[in-house]
Design a protein around this ligand. Structure first.
Ligand code: GLC
Length: 740
């Protein structure tokens, strides 16, 4: 019987296979940088140009020939935007892309809890991943310089240290899903009016102490895989191709190895886009929200015009290769990482996360007579008044607008929670913005009501007169001129005649509660007439449930303000040197020069400088229990850190969480410094009677100021003061320590 020489056949077979070993760039076990270089070496010039600019409204090309997938981006910081048509802002009408709407980032910041921030990033990252998106266009961390900025609701407040601590876990949570965070809008994009044409003028000390830290933390602490350049200019260069911010600071000083993405319509000049650090161009010629030049992708500044410059020999390919390396690196970290998780969408855990972030971020500003938590003894009547008790807030506001799977309104949440334990009645109180549509997403609500203000207030007063409790739910909304992208507010007052409504209702019921739904501070001329006030933020899908859980005491409120509530705009430094918007050039160009003359005196730093008393201070937030603070003990550790320890006790009758805040003062410094600056905080959950030792560690860097001459941080020896408290104004314990 003829013997078949199997080994030869096997050998031939294996030889033929071995000549087709997996290319390095497709080998998941190969080192990242080897994969990048291998892929780069295989790409043609046209393919390289193809991956550094958009191919549709929210995607950029891959390399089909090499099996390198395209990149898909998605808004926004609070939830995953519905699918849009290829080259439109309008939604595409899919039926599988409704998301969980998470609370706005102002609410996240108000939790002062890095663990909650990680939960947020992980949850929203799972939804982005499930929707097959590779870059999440968020979080936003622009500092609140003016309470009028239309996009403050998307950001993390006025303090660079708070924003720096809270942005890192969010970025890590998103990226643990194999989805890139895209931290925005880098940098100095602190108002919406003239956002494309404002040239910000700011000194280096203010830049490094106030406006850069949160971005620096996102890069160095969070290892963000992408950053979004902002629309405005700095040093007379647009920030999507700004040599100082992108090349010198981001990629130089911070060693950023990710992708700089332009904002949509933020690219303006090919030569600068080539040399000044832009890596991926999106949305050219759009205003970021609506107008745009349809289907001009080959004419993008970094598309055909760039290719032509290379082919003509005008420019080389070194910058191009660097851009492509960064885009490839992001691909290998996302859509070419075969081990990344699969994500999930509108899951129970995401609903729970939205509820927790919301109920942990709600701030109890005032609770005279301990009217809250509401008692349901004898089945009370609860009168709910105000348009914001029923108005959907997840639709509108600009690019963060969503198509939510559901949104529990405050009134629904109160009815859900108090159901048969109370008699809940409603009155409109005021009519604000009855519309409800954005990019084809409709709320389905009919809020039209043509009654006069007088009639509405009369009805509200009647309802209030016969109720045991009145809950007025007002504030702002997501329409233009309120909390909305591409517009700023005209003033800090409540719109739609709400002040009159609130005064009229408070007059007839001593148990009036006002809940402010907004992403920005508002004036409250009636503050002394209203015994209970809460800052409710935009809370997303679980809004009503989160509010009801706090009103009922199921959740003991623990939020703290991430921004000062000034009494009036006159107290705000950026408004005390003329217009916060700067000055038009009046040279026939549309540019505006906006000098940040207030320098480092932003937020409470400005209030303290003038010794102003705010309506509610930065870091303020009450609880249904009380906390006692012990004395501070300080130690100088071997590693140069200064350790401050103190006990905090829950001296009340119910469990609760306290955010102990550490502020540092440098009264002997040779240069002017803020009266105090936040340099530490710890949120502790304590049972009644429980005491916990809190430990802060402060580094020499934390104690330093930015010295422009030496372009570095400087620590001057001398006596420093440490103040620990329940808010920036409610200091409970102080100590001094010497630094030599
Ligand atoms: C918008 C916004 C940006 C958003 C982008 C895409 O104009 O400025 O935050 O991510 O364009 O919608």
């Amino acid at each position: 019987m003829k013997k078949i020489l199997l080994p030869t056949v096997t050998l031939l077979f294996s030889l033929s296979v071995s000549s087709k070993t997996t290319p390095v760039y497709l080998d998941p076990s190969a080192p990242l940088e080897d994969r990048v270089e291998d892929a780069l070496s295989r790409m043609t010039l046209e393919e390289k140009i193809g991956v550094i600019h958009a191919q549709s409204k929210f995607s950029s090309a891959g390399v089909p020939r090499l099996g390198i997938p395209e990149l898909w981006t998605t808004d926004g910081p609070h939830g995953i935007r519905p699918e849009v048509l290829w080259d439109e802002w309008e939604q595409a009408g899919w039926t599988n892309d409704s998301c969980i709407a998470f609370p706005a980032l102002t609410c996240l910041a108000a939790t002062w809890d890095p663990e909650v921030s990680y939960l947020y990033g992980k949850s929203i990252g799972e939804e982005a991943r499930y929707r097959k998106k590779d870059i999440l266009l968020g979080p936003g961390v622009n500092i609140l310089r003016t309470p009028l900025n239309g996009r403050n609701f998307e950001y993390m407040g006025e303090d660079p240290y708070l924003a720096s601590v809270m942005v890192v876990p969010y970025v890590k949570g998103v990226q643990d899903n194999g989805v890139a965070a895209c931290v925005k809008h880098y940098a100095l994009n602190n108002n919406e009016v003239n956002r494309h044409m404002t040239n910000v003028i700011v000194d280096d000390r203010t830049l490094y102490e106030i406006y850069l830290p949160a971005f620096k933390a996102a890069v160095e602490g969070g290892h963000a895989w992408s950053i979004m350049g902002s629309y405005n200019l700095y040093n007379d260069e647009w920030n999507c191709h700004n040599s100082r911010l992108l090349n010198d600071v981001l990629k130089g000083e911070w060693d950023f190895d990710g992708v700089v993405v332009s904002d949509w319509g933020g690219t303006h000049i090919t030569d600068q886009a080539i040399t000044n650090g832009l890596d991926l161009e999106f949305g050219s010629w759009t205003n970021g929200l609506s107008a745009g030049t349809s289907n001009a992708y080959d004419n993008y500044f970094m598309a055909y015009p760039y290719l032509e410059k290379i082919k003509s020999g005008e420019v080389g390919t070194e910058e191009l290769d660097n851009k492509v390396r960064r885009v490839l690196r992001l691909m290998f970290r996302t859509n070419m990482d075969s081990s990344r998780p699969y994500g999930s969408m509108a899951s129970e855990s995401h609903m729970k996360a939205a509820h927790k972030i919301g109920s942990d971020g709600i701030v109890l500003l005032k609770n005279d007579g301990n009217i809250l938590p509401l008692s349901t003894e004898n089945k009370p009547t609860i009168a709910v008044i105000g348009e914001n008790a029923i108005k959907m807030m997840t639709v509108g506001g600009g690019s963060s607008s969503l198509k939510a799977k559901y949104e529990i309104s405050p009134l629904e949440g109160i009815r859900n929670h108090f159901g048969d334990k109370a008699n809940v009645v409603y009155a409109r109180g005021y009519v604000g913005d009855p519309s409800g549509e954005y990019n084809g997403v409709v709320t389905g609500q009919d809020l039209s009501d043509n009654r006069s203000e007088m009639e509405l207030i009369k009805e509200a007063r009647e309802v209030a007169t016969n109720a045991d409790y009145v809950i007025i739910i007002g504030g702002l909304n997501k329409s233009a001129g309120q909390d909305c992208e591409d517009s700023d507010r005209a003033d800090m007052k409540l719109p739609y005649n709400q002040d009159k409504l609130i005064e009229a209702v408070a007059e007839v019921n001593p148990k009036t509660i006002y809940i402010n739904i907004s992403g920005n501070p508002v004036e409250m001329p009636w503050v002394d007439q209203v015994p209970v006030i809460l800052q409710g933020w935009y809370l997303g899908s679980e809004a009503g449930n989160a509010l009801a859980s706090v009103l009922s005491g199921e959740v003991n409120p623990s939020g703290k303000l991430p921004m000062t509530f000034p009494q009036t705009l006159d107290q705000v430094e950026s408004h005390r040197h003329g217009s916060y918007l700067g000055k038009p050039r009046n040279d026939g160009t549309p540019f505006v020069d906006n000098e940040y003359a207030e320098g480092i005196y932003v937020g409470y730093r400005g209030m303290d400088k003038n010794n102003f008393t705010p309506l509610f201070p930065f870091g303020h937030g009450l609880s249904y229990t009380d906390f006692k603070y012990g004395d501070i003990k300080t130690d100088l550790l071997e590693n140069g850190l200064i350790e401050l320890r103190l006990n905090v006790t829950n001296s009340g009758k119910i469990a609760g969480a306290e955010v102990a805040q550490l502020y540092i003062s440098d009264p002997e410094c040779s240069v002017p410094r803020p009266v105090k600056e936040l340099k530490g905080f710890k949120k502790v959950y304590l049972e009644p009677g429980e005491t916990r030792e809190i430990v802060f560690q402060v580094s020499p860097q934390d104690l330093s100021y930015f010295d422009v001459e030496s372009h570095g941080w400087r620590l001057e020896p001398g006596m420093f003061e440490a103040s620990v408290g329940s808010s920036s104004k409610d200091i409970r314990s102080k100590t001094r320590f010497a630094v030599d």
